[in-house]
Design a protein around this ligand. Structure first.
Ligand SMILES: C[S@@+](CC[C@H](N)C(=O)[O-])C[C@H]1O[C@@H](n2cnc3c(N)ncnc32)[C@H](O)[C@@H]1O
Length: 327
């Protein structure tokens, strides 16, 4: 498999520069990155993952490489959307635009605060977020629970990252089927997790009565679009109008205020998030269902300019309060 990936990467004509942002502050490095993204393309082309989750999207160059390598894949990207850890605020919008023709969704969230990645099991999890040793270790622990294959970017990026990722390989050796490193720009570490452990770590967790995961996993896209109160009006108007009496009541009460901040706790499909953002409120939407956040983001599909007023978080309220205390 490794030989095939390397051979395909060598033969590939994939050139990420076609979908790169000319205003990227690292544009002077683009020519050096061509082979690096050919390798990402080849990994998706050989593994043929039907579902991909990426931690650390930036301008979405890996997202594009994966999706062009395997166009039928469903992709979910998570990014902090700040100027830290190699990030560029707003870059995720470029990623959204350039992957519009694919099945791709993006979530703004801090993976360091997550216990589980949104959704369930993914064929491939790409770990390319907070590469500061501990951050990579945490993201790898998330990926281990939900990824059949885990691709770690930047294994050789810094000594700190190398030590932390090696520590992960050492500690979790009995949960990994195999792994290998493809040398290159920053060293790609490809890990195959063990199927039996994946079962235990993911599904096993969901049946623990003291875990909120069981509850969270009941809140699926199906639930929001076929069952949860107001689904019928939502399906008609894609969340753009408040026709459900329950939601209308909240909007009426909130009309006592005309500006300020809104915290939409348990935003669900996002009709109210969209409504408040359109009214000009700075809106923060949180939900512990990743499916909910994906639907809520979709409400803004035709009015992306409103997204500058909105922050989405997949997390539990307790974590969010903790985050607020930290700020
Ligand atoms: C090296 S860049 C990712 C590059 C991208 N995968 C590509 O190939 O184009 C790292 C990204 O991780 C994001 N990031 C850093 N810390 C994060 C965190 N705690 N949670 C989510 N994303 C994070 C940054 O915002 C940045 O966009």
């Amino acid at each position: 498999m490794f030989e095939l990936i390397i051979q395909k990467a060598k033969q590939s004509n994939y050139d990420f520069r076609k979908g790169a942002n000319p205003s990227d502050p690292l544009a002077h490095l683009f020519d050096d990155w061509v082979d690096y993204y050919k390798l990402k393309w080849a990994i998706a082309n050989v593994l043929k993952p039907t579902s991909i989750l990426e931690i650390g999207v930036r301008f979405g160059y890996s997202a594009q490489a994966f999706l062009y390598g395997n166009p039928d894949a469903r992709y979910v990207g998570i990014d902090l959307d700040t100027n830290s850890y190699g990030g560029v605020k707003g870059a995720i919008n470029w990623a959204k635009e350039t992957t519009q023709s694919f099945d791709a969704d993006f979530i703004i969230a801090d993976t360091q605060t997550l216990e589980y990645l949104p959704g369930n099991i993914y064929d491939l999890v790409h770990v390319d977020g907070q590469q500061d040793g501990d951050g990579s270790f945490h993201d790898l622990e998330l990926a281990l629970k939900q990824g059949r294959y885990v691709l770690v970017d930047g294994y050789f990026w810094t000594r700190q990252n190398y030590v932390a990722v090696s520590d992960f390989l050492f500690r979790y050796a009995n949960l990994l089927d195999f792994y290998g490193v493809i040398p290159g720009y920053a060293g790609e570490l490809l890990i195959k997790t063990s199927p039996s452990c994946l079962e235990q770590l993911s599904h096993g967790q969901s049946y623990k009565s003291n875990s909120s995961l069981a509850i969270r996993q009941a809140y699926t896209a199906d639930y929001y679009t076929k069952d949860c109160g107001g689904f019928d009006t939502y399906r008609r108007n894609k969340g753009k109008r408040l026709e459900d009496p329950r939601l209308q009541a909240i909007a009426t009460i909130s009309s006592l205020k005309t500006k300020g901040y809104v915290l939409d706790i348990g935003c669900g499909r996002g009709e109210l998030t969209y409504y408040f953002a359109r009214q000009g409120f700075k809106t923060t939407a949180i939900d512990y269902s990743a499916d909910a956040i994906q639907l809520a983001v979709k409400c803004f599909d035709e009015s992306k300019n409103l997204l500058t007023n909105v922050s989405f978080f997949v997390m539990m309220l307790a974590l969010f309060r903790y985050k607020l205390n930290m700020i």
